[in-house]
Design a protein around this ligand. Structure first.
Ligand code: NAD
Ligand code: UGA
Length: 475
């Protein structure tokens, strides 16, 4: 079956970039991305490409090239489903907040809603592809909703039929377009060879054959959760060792380099930091924890749960350490926070370590001046659940106490005036080339730089008056 019309449900961080790449690589396919969030769709359709709801290097160029040609963003969900011969479900699957499995299991209400919409609006034969990250055996739920539609459709002598495939997405934010264009592998799980071939044919437009691998549905669903769990586990492992380095006089960068050269270990994902963030690692591990508990595998669930606990601990230990270095109190002390996104080159703040760390510093009474090249004030306001002040400079604030408040840094250089500390939380390139000698003159003494991302070369500090701490540096 040759696919001519795709509908992707969910215009988020996965749906938007993935469909932009498919549209660009497959000019013969019409690609429609739909979402119930009208504001998001309006932003995808904005003439100003800086207003796209997702920031990813290379994305705006693809949207500019394909939008209105064979790539469309729309909130007419039913209409676009009914025209499609392949539907990608790319909606959010966050951790459940209440009910059975709260705090661990994935909330599948959005996925179920999609399945019901597909059941209602689709026509003829449709291939439904799970793009969202899902608990093992979710395809069974989707299949059972769709098969009811087939049965009731048969009563009207029509022929509404479905195949369900799992095609998890492995892109990382900040490098999404490159990851989609040059994937390590494309994984397709399913039990119908014809449907699998139809999806493979799409990827074959740019992905070499040997990189497209097929499995059964359940292995594909589980492989996605496992990949994220393994990656997160490496970060918790290296962060645990960063604390040992600080206690013993070792240096985490040297340890990472030494172990990464072992070809069995490899060099990637060995950067110690403030803890992993992002919308997926924590939720996917907790999902694995829930699954293991469900099957009575207590030791397995404890093992994976410890990866998340270590991550929480790493964030907490950084804020505690800052309080300690600043004489045990942050009341009215000004701290410039560099970076709020969970990693560089994205505007996404979901589960960003900056959220917990900033909240803890605010609780201790600090005044935070927060800078991020892509995260909006509105988003920081939502994440901290605290409105910003209009001022960024202690000198402008004679009349009001700054205790436990924050403001956005509009003029980065000015925000260092009178600051007690600078805290680097996201590895944006612009923080690599700051003039620390100049900054040192602006700050109040004794002043500190806390570098949680190992961005700054200690050599640059030898002729400044700023005290320097960086993660995992016990030397
Ligand atoms: P997101 O929250 O950015 O986007 C999901 C979109 O789906 C939202 O805009 C929401 O309005 C829309 N939606 C929800 N229910 C809908 C419905 N019934 N009809 C139409 N639209 C609906 O989420 P995301 O980051 O794109 O993640 C989507 C899935 O992909 C998740 O399962 C996630 O685990 C997985 N994933 C994410 C990443 C990533 O880097 N963000 C990478 C790989 C996999
Ligand atoms: C991650 C995976 O890398 C993707 O393969 C997966 O598709 C995606 O999750 C998903 O399922 O959502 P992402 O979270 O976008 O991608 O970004 P990563 O590069 O994995 O970084 C995650 C977090 O780990 C960030 O906070 C990052 O700063 C941190 N990290 C990463 C470290 O602290 N050290 C490292 O060495 C690497």
């Amino acid at each position: 079956m040759q696919v001519k019309n795709i509908c992707c449900i969910g215009a988020g961080y996965v749906g938007g970039p993935t469909m932009a790449v498919i549209a660009n690589k497959c000019p013969h396919i019409e690609v429609n991305v739909v979402d119930v969030n009208r504001e998001r769709i309006e932003k995808w359709n904005s003439d100003n490409l800086n207003e796209l709801p997702v920031f990813e290097p290379g994305l705006s160029n693809l949207v500019k090239k394909c939008r209105g040609v064979n790539l469309n963003f729309s909130y007419s969900v039913g209409e676009k489903i009914s025209n499609a011969d392949m539907i990608f479900i790319s909606v959010n699957t966050p951790t459940k907040k209440k009910g059975i499995g709260a705090g661990k299991a994935s909330d599948l209400k959005w996925v179920e809603a999609c399945a019901r919409e597909v059941a209602t609006y689709s026509k003829g034969h449709t291939i439904v592809v799970e793009k969202s990250t899902l608990p093992v055996r979710t395809a069974e739920v989707i299949k059972s909703i769709l098969s009811e539609a087939t049965i009731s459709d048969l009563k009207n002598n029509a022929t509404k039929t479905f195949d369900v495939l799992s095609n998890p997405e492995f892109l990382a934010e900040g490098t999404a377009i490159n990851d989609l264009i040059n994937p390590d592998r494309v994984l397709i799980g399913g039990d119908n060879g014809i449907a699998i071939d139809s999806l493979s044919e799409i990827y074959k437009n740019w992905v070499p054959n040997h990189k497209i691998i097929t499995t059964n549905l359940w292995s594909s669903e589980l492989a996605k959760l496992t990949a994220n769990a393994f990656l997160a586990q490496r970060i918790s492992s290296i962060n645990s060792v960063s604390a040992i380095c600080e206690a013993t006089g070792a240096d985490i960068r040297e340890v990472s380099k030494a172990i990464g050269l072992d070809s069995r270990i490899g060099p990637k994902f060995l950067n110690a930091g403030p803890g992993f963030g992002g919308s997926c690692f924590k939720k996917d591990i907790l999902n694995l924890v829930y699954l293991s508990d469900f099957f009575g595998l207590k030791e397995v669930s404890s093992f994976w749960e410890s990866v998340v606990s270590l991550n929480n601990w790493q964030q907490h230990r950084i804020s505690k350490l800052i309080v300690k270095k600043l004489f045990g109190t942050l009341t009215n002390k000004k701290i410039v926070v560099l970076g709020f996104a969970f990693k560089a080159n994205t505007n996404d703040t979901r589960e960003s370590p900056a959220i917990n760390i900033c909240k803890e510093l605010l609780e201790e009474g600090a005044f935070l001046v927060i800078h991020d090249p892509k995260v909006s004030i509105k988003q920081i306001n939502i994440d901290l659940n605290l409105k910003p002040l209009e001022i960024s400079n202690r000198l402008e604030s004679n009349t009001q106490t700054l205790e436990g408040k924050w403001s956005k840094a509009f003029d980065l250089e000015k925000s260092f005036i009178d600051a007690d500390a600078v805290l680097i939380l996201t590895e944006w390139d612009n923080y690599k080339h700051l003039d620390w000698k100049k900054i040192s003159k602006l700050m109040r003494k004794p002043s500190w730089l806390f570098d949680t991302r190992s961005m700054i070369d200690p050599e640059e500090f030898s002729n400044t008056k700023i005290n320097f701490w960086r993660v995992g540096d016990g030397t």
